[in-house]
Every structure is written in structure tokens, then in C-alpha cells.
Design a protein around this ligand. Structure first.
Ligand SMILES: Cc1cc2nc3c(=O)[nH]c(=O)nc-3n(C[C@H](O)[C@H](O)[C@H](O)COP(=O)(O)OP(=O)(O)OC[C@H]3O[C@@H](n4cnc5c(N)ncnc54)[C@H](O)[C@@H]3O)c2cc1C
Ligand code: FES
Length: 370
């Protein structure tokens, strides 16, 4: 312990900074051990579970540079695939304040990072863990009656909330509805069934007989043998709300946009998060300005799509992650012209500034340094 503290102090000293400049101390210490870095938050995979056919759960041991997270927040996970660093957001499923972080990653058919981790994650693998963020969190003063709802891989931040409430012996009422395509694909099913003081309801949206197509009937809520744990039929509806918790004080929902919309219809104040990027409508009258991508010879005439989409359509490969303005991995320097941020609507004209190209569209001529 004493040696570790001493080592940390020595590595943190300004003399070490001076001696290791311009690369910084991390570029030397990582040669000894990839997670032995002072500034770069990284984690070593210590266990891997594949408990459903379409997900992989990683248990990560972060280094001291990782600042921790609040339940419901997300982190940027980076991994090298074929020599290129790829970054995606993942929401830890573990309770806040735990030493080990649990991530459950759902497989996306044709998805780069999720498929890579599903196939290749193994103990000893090292990943980057940067930029903890997000407002999908429980308030410091916990409401008395909390309803949590999730769909598919949206279970992770909600699981973290549930585990955190359990750890602090929350005395209020909490109900949880989780939607999965089938019982087989429902993550954390057994842990949830054994969880005390929580009413857990499962909704399965596909059945063996419907050939894989989703059931569209709202369906009446059917509780299973126990009042605490049961199954619901169909998609979220007023009946599901009634079965889970009528008049909750706070509702949290994380899942596909259709689930979030259905919950908001019944509970307009629900706090929501979706992992899927929004589809931005392309304007009928794009600016038609000249978009120049510095660092290449490519320039295009603005067609109204985001700068990221226009760069990709022109054959360039800018770095991207969430594609919805959250992870900041697409941040590039705009060296001239004006852009509009599709999330905030703000137009910025500064000559030199960093912008997120996944949510920025040109307003006239733009120069962007990819
Ligand atoms: C805040 C936040 C938290 C998140 N937390 C979690 C979590 O805890 N667990 C989890 O599983 N996920 C989570 N996600 C989603 C996660 O970040 C990734 O989006 C997801 O893992 C898919 O990444 P990928 O690299 O596998 O897929 P990508 O390669 O990014 O592809 C995404 C989808 O687009 C399709 N696609 C790719 N390229 C093309 C193309 N050229 N044309 C058409 N389609 C294409 C793919 O087939 C795939 O279905 C979260 C997202 C956000 C924003
Ligand atoms: S890709 Fe995540 S902010 Fe742009």
C-alpha cells in the first residue's frame, strides 16, 4: 500500500512531467502495464459472462484515473479493432460506488463494437474508459414511489439504479418493468426474480408462434403466480402502468424510442434515455454552401445532412461514437464558416472552435479539420 501511494506521488510530480515531456508519463508507464496510467482512465476485463444469446457482460477493474459514476450515467468505452480506436457509450449496470464496474453489451447485427466485444472479450483485455456523463440519474433525495421501465439493452442504467437502491436499503416502493423479445433474451432475469422488496414485471414482445414478429396488441396485464414477480403481455400500456404502479412519484424509462414514447404518453414527466440516435430530417432547402474537409482534398456541396454523414458519404472516415451528441468522440475543429447544432438549434459562427460533427449541419460555406 505504502509503495503504491509513493509510486502515485512520484508519477504525479511536476519533475516527472518535465522529464517525460512532450509525450507525458502515461506513454512510458503503459509500457510496463497498460492500465498503469495517471491521466488516461482505463480498465482491465476481469470476468466475462455470456448469460443470454445476444449479450455479453464484462466485469471491469478500472485504474485510479477513473473518476467513478452515478447510477444511470454512461461512460465512453474505447477498444482497438483492426488497429483503429473505436468508442461507444455504455451505461454501467453495477451499483454506484463499487470497485468493479459491470457493463452488459447487447449484440447489434453488423454492429462493430458490440459484435467485437461479444466475440473477443476475455479476461486480461484492456479498454479505455473516458468521459463519464449523463443526467439519467436518481435525485439525491429519493422519491417515495419509483417506477423503472426498460427495454432490451436499456436495462443497464436501470439495473444500476435498482442495485444502488438495494445497497442503500431504500425504504420506499419500487416497481420495475423490463421488456425483452423473449424470456431467453431477458438479461438479469434470475437476479431480478430473487431481488427482495421490488415488484418486477417482464414483458415479452415476441413469442415462439409469431414467427419472430413483434406482438402489437396492447394486451391486458397478467400477473404471474406471485404478486411480486410476473409477466405482462404486449407493449407498454395503461394496463401495464396500472399493474406495476399507479401514480408513481418518479418514472425512469430507458429503451428504444417507441417504448420511451409509449411511456411518455401515460407519464409525461418520465425521465428518459434512449441508446438509439435520432433520425434528423433533411431540410428541403439545404444551404448549398461549400463544405471543405481539411486534411483531405475532399469538398462537397452541402446537402443538408450532418457534417459527419456528408463526410462519410464523400468516402472519408471521421471518428464517431454515439452519433447523437453525447460521447464527443466526433469533435473536430471548425476553422471557418457557420454551423447549426441540431440538438440546441444554436448557430455558431466563431472562426475557430470545436464542434460535434454528428449533430452539426452547415449554414453556408464551412471549413472543417477532420
Ligand atoms: C448513453 C448511451 C448509453 C448506452 N449504453 C449501452 C449499454 O449499456 N449497453 C448496450 O448494449 N448499448 C448501450 N448503448 C449503445 C452503444 O453505445 C452502441 O450504440 C451499440 O453497442 C452499437 O454499437 P456497435 O459499434 O456494435 O454498432 P455500430 O457499428 O455503431 O452500428 C449500429 C447499428 O447500425 C448498423 N449500421 C452500421 N453501419 C451501417 C451502415 N453503413 N448502414 C446501415 N446500417 C449500419 C449496424 O448494423 C448496427 O445495427 C448506449 C448508447 C448510449 C448513447
Ligand atoms: S459521435 Fe458522439 S458526440 Fe458525435
Amino acid at each position: 500500500m505504502f509503495t503504491q501511494t509513493l509510486t502515485r506521488r512520484v508519477l504525479g510530480s511536476s519533475l516527472v512531467d518535465l522529464l517525460t515531456g512532450p509525450h507525458g508519463v502515461d506513454r512510458y508507464t503503459e509500457l510496463v502495464s497498460p492500465t498503469w496510467t495517471r491521466n488516461d482512465a482505463r480498465a482491465r476485463v476481469v470476468a466475462v459472462r455470456r448469460s443470454t444469446p445476444r449479450s455479453v457482460t464484462l466485469l471491469l477493474e478500472p485504474n485510479d484515473a477513473f473518476p467513478g459514476f452515478k447510477s444511470g450515467q454512461h461512460v465512453n468505452l474505447s477498444v482497438d479493432i483492426d488497429g483503429r480506436r473505436r468508442t461507444r457509450c455504455y451505461s454501467p449496470a453495477s451499483a454506484e460506488g463499487q470497485r468493479l464496474i459491470e457493463l452488459t453489451i447487447g449484440r447489434h447485427d453488423g454492429g462493430l463494437v458490440s459484435e467485437h466485444l461479444y466475440r473477443n472479450a476475455r479476461p486480461g483485455m484492456v479498454v479505455g474508459l473516458e468521459k463519464v456523463g449523463g443526467d439519467f440519474v436518481l435525485p439525491a433525495i429519493r422519491p417515495r414511489r419509483i417506477l423503472l421501465i426498460s427495454g432490451g439493452s436499456g436495462i443497464t442504467p436501470v439495473m444500476s439504479m435498482l442495485r444502488t437502491l438495494q445497497a442503500e436499503q431504500y425504504a420506499g416502493r419500487v416497481s420495475f418493468i423490463h421488456y425483452a423479445r423473449s424470456r431467453e433474451e431477458a438479461c438479469y432475469h434470475d437476479e431480478l426474480a430473487a431481488m427482495p422488496r421490488v415488484q418486477v414485471l417482464h414483458g415479452y414482445t415476441r413469442t415462439a408462434n409469431d414467427g419472430g414478429s413483434a406482438r402489437l396488441d396492447g394486451g391486458e396485464a397478467k400477473l404471474g403466480p406471485s404478486q411480486e414477480h410476473g409477466d405482462l403481455q404486449g407493449y407498454f400500456s395503461a394496463e401495464h402502468l396500472e399493474a406495476a404502479m399507479p401514480n408513481p412519484d418518479a418514472v425512469y424509462v430507458c429503451g428504444p424510442p417507441a417504448l420511451v414514447a409509449a411511456v411518455r404518453e401515460q407519464c409525461p414527466d418520465a425521465i428518459s434515455e434512449s441508446f438509439v440516435p435520432p433520425v434528423f430530417t433533411v431540410p428541403a432547402n439545404p444551404s448549398g454552401g461549400q463544405v471543405s474537409f481539411l486534411g483531405s482534398t475532399v469538398s462537397v456541396v452541402d446537402d443538408g445532412r450532418t457534417l459527419l454523414e456528408q463526410a462519410e458519404a464523400a468516402g472519408l472516415q471521421p471518428v464517431s461514437g454515439c452519433r447523437m451528441g453525447i460521447c464527443h468522440s466526433c469533435t473536430c475543429r471548425k476553422t471557418g464558416g457557420a454551423v447549426r447544432n441540431l440538438i440546441t438549434g444554436a448557430i455558431s459562427t466563431a472562426e475557430s472552435e470545436d464542434i460535434q460533427i454528428c449533430v452539426s449541419v452547415p449554414v453556408g460555406d464551412v471549413e472543417i479539420d477532420l
